[in-house]
Design a protein around this ligand. Structure first.
Ligand SMILES: *[C@@H]1O[C@H](CO)[C@@H](O)[C@H](O)[C@H]1NC(C)=O
Ligand SMILES: *[C@@H]1O[C@H](CO)[C@@H](O)[C@H](O)[C@H]1NC(C)=O
Ligand SMILES: *[C@@H]1O[C@H](CO)[C@@H](O)[C@H](O)[C@H]1NC(C)=O
Ligand SMILES: *[C@@H]1O[C@H](CO)[C@@H](O)[C@H](O)[C@H]1NC(C)=O
Ligand SMILES: *[C@@H]1O[C@H](CO)[C@@H](O)[C@H](O)[C@H]1NC(C)=O
Ligand SMILES: *[C@@H]1O[C@H](CO)[C@@H](O)[C@H](O)[C@H]1NC(C)=O
Ligand SMILES: *[C@@H]1O[C@H](CO)[C@@H](O)[C@H](O)[C@H]1NC(C)=O
Length: 549
């Protein structure tokens, strides 16, 4: 065949073509995709069960040389990820959790290297300055862009195990109204993956371990139709400290708590450091018969030694030094051999779950906020005669909201995850929402020029005629909004009709002096370091927390 010049050419061409196709798709990785069935993960190539032996892998921004809110993306710098990969593999790591990716950067070299080594990635979709804020929860156009942007840069790699649509957003019974926004993020991310024709990459949630909310929270995320529920549930687990037992640690109770969950559950962080060096004696139990029916392993928090004292290694430039923590984890993991199910012979005991009842610990509505739609916001903006002036500073938005919402019904731009009522324009950005309110005020005051001023904050827009497609968009958005809050298309969702006490004051009062930011890296007690990452979110959200919703 090679003697014939034409077939030689065809042959060469097809070789080049294959190489090129691999290159453009970033799919060099021979790692078979991981899929879910029931409450387990499986290798797609041979159907054998996959247990997560993970390590959280992201350095704090505090150690970055540049500005404080710059992400140190762990998968964008081949020098550092290739420096670390042998150490990760040395500790049997098959998953890394990354908390904040920079979607402008190229991840192909690290992703390929990790994929070839059989290391999978679970990526948080948020980042410190773009996450769902528990004190002022919203699922916005900006967040939708961020989330889908991460999906776009990661979807081609077969070693992406999944995405977290939120981390510890609701963290106790005072802010369960934030969870509908996270669940909407899951719904919309799943739909985006499907619409784009990407591989069916699982999208889940990472919860804190709060005694009042952990069970209803897991049920809340796992309930409902396939297209809206989480594909897995992670819980950040710090109950086993030092030497303990299955029973004493709390693991037994947690295993009972999650025994009915119909989606995979795992520790999305673990490794209490109340005693150091950490011995990681919990590893034998986590991967042992008492727990493997219910849990799919866990992710040790974390690779880098930093101020919070949770590291496995310390890093100095190109030099990595393993700590006792590392060696202990390594030898514990070396001695486990969890029993592995086969996908074909595995029959999940439950494949669906009803949504949790609402009570004083769980007040999240099952009705979810609308999918952010840029066209709706653009059309809305274009339909207004009185709009926000271009020179109003963002820091002044809060006061303007306060003033306007004192005079007008702000329902169209507000969202309430406890009542399950979501305004048609609640996902639009603040300038559009403020413009909407200014216009509403203007119209309800006889459209006099003086009604479009607010000391120069508002100005009349040059009139344009609204395209009919825009009129259709806007009326369909407000029609959808007026039905939400009663029921949704999902059968499981409608089980919430018995929800009582929707007028209770829980969510309304939140916000005035909140310190913690939602969405990222809130560690228990001693893990102060990463909280630094969340400062940006707090700063952004503080201004309007108590006004907007
Ligand atoms: C993913 O793969 C598709 C199909 O090969 C390609 O068109 C697209 O550009 C790739 N995206 C990225 C971010 O590599
Ligand atoms: C299934 O495939 C994975 C990935 O290649 C491999 O690590 C694992 O050992 C295989 N399992 C069996 C039972 O062959
Ligand atoms: C992402 O990377 C770009 C290009 O290096 C940089 O300009 C930007 O500041 C980074 N973004 C964040 C949030 O770190
Ligand atoms: C990557 O390549 C493998 C082998 O050709 C293929 O089975 C898999 O579907 C590809 N994954 C993606 C995400 O394109
Ligand atoms: C709930 O969490 C918030 C945010 O972390 C905190 O401010 C508040 O004190 C907590 N409330 C309770 C009852 O624990
Ligand atoms: C699990 O399901 C059983 C049988 O339906 C039920 O009795 C039990 O209360 C459930 N456990 C939890 C923690 O929901
Ligand atoms: C930054 O890195 C140095 C040296 O690697 C380490 O000693 C220090 O604890 C780190 N700082 C933070 C805030 O993690």
């Amino acid at each position: 065949m090679l003697g014939n010049p034409i077939s030689t050419l065809v042959f060469l061409f097809s070789v080049l073509n294959v190489a090129f196709a691999d290159d453009s798709s970033g799919n060099f990785t021979s790692a078979p995709a991981i899929e879910t069935k029931g409450n387990k993960f499986f290798f797609s190539n041979n159907g054998s069960q996959f247990y997560i032996k993970g390590v959280a892998y992201q350095a704090d921004t505090a150690n970055s040389s540049s500005t404080e809110d710059t992400i140190v993306d762990p998968l964008a710098d081949y020098d550092t990820c290739s420096r670390d990969l042998p150490y990760l593999l040395g500790a049997q790591t098959n998953v890394v959790r990354v908390y904040a990716l920079n979607t402008s950067l190229d991840h192909s070299k690290c992703m390929e290297a990790f994929g070839k080594a059989g290391v999978y990635v679970i990526a948080d979709l948020s980042e410190p300055s773009e996450s769902i804020d528990r004190d002022s929860p919203a699922w916005t156009l900006d967040l939708y862009k961020r989330y889908t942007g991460v999906v776009d840069v990661m979807a081609n790699y077969s070693n992406v195990l999944g995405f977290f649509a939120g981390n510890e957003v609701t963290n106790n019974n005072s802010n369960t109204d934030a969870s509908p926004f996270v669940k909407a993020a899951i719904r919309d991310t799943k739909k985006y993956i499907k619409d784009k024709g990407y591989r069916n990459i699982p999208v889940g949630y990472s919860s804190n371990d709060d005694e009042d909310t952990r069970v209803p929270m897991a049920d809340y995320f796992a309930c409902g139709d396939e297209d809206i529920r989480a594909d897995f549930f992670g819980i950040n687990m710090y109950e086993w400290c030092g030497s303990s037992t299955y029973k004493e640690s709390g693991y037994e109770d947690r295993t009972k708590d999650f025994g009915n969950l119909s989606i995979p559950a795992f520790f999305s962080e673990y490794g209490c450091n109340a005693e150091t060096p950490r011995k990681f004696e919990e590893v034998g139990t986590l991967y042992g018969d008492e727990m493997t029916d219910v849990w799919s392993g866990g992710i040790v928090y974390m690779y880098f030694e930093e101020a919070n004292n949770y590291g496995l290694v310390s890093v100095d430039g190109s030099k990595v030094s393993t700590m006792s923590n590392y060696n202990n984890l390594k030898s514990q993991l070396a001695s486990v051999s969890p029993s592995a199910a086969k996908i074909d012979s595995y029959n999940p005991s439950s494949t669906s779950l009803s949504c949790p009842a609402t009570n004083s610990n769980w007040m999240a509505a099952t009705a979810l906020p609308p999918t952010p739609d840029k066209d709706v916001c653009d059309c809305l903006r274009n339909s207004l005669s009185c709009v926000l002036s271009g020179d109003v500073e963002e820091e002044d938005y809060g006061e303007l909201y306060n003033t306007l919402c004192g005079k007008l019904d702000c329902g169209d731009i507000s969202a309430d995850g406890e009542k399950g009522s979501y305004g048609a324009y609640s996902f639009c950005d603040n300038s559009v929402k403020l413009s909407f309110l200014l216009n509403k005020y203007y119209e309800s005051n006889g459209k006099s020029k003086s009604a479009c001023s607010f000391d120069g904050s508002a100005s009349l827009a040059s009139s344009t005629s609204l395209a009919s497609s825009c009129q259709t968009k806007l009326s369909s958005a407000s029609a959808k909004a007026s039905v939400s809050g009663s029921s949704t298309s999902s059968s499981a969702q409608s089980s919430d009709s018995s929800k009582s006490g929707s007028g209770s004051s829980n969510s309304a009062s939140s916000g005035s002096t909140k310190k913690s930011a939602a969405g990222l890296q809130i560690k228990p007690i001693s893990s102060a370091g990463l909280c630094i990452m969340s400062v940006a979110v707090t700063a952004v959200s503080l201004g309007m927390a108590h006004i907007m919703f």
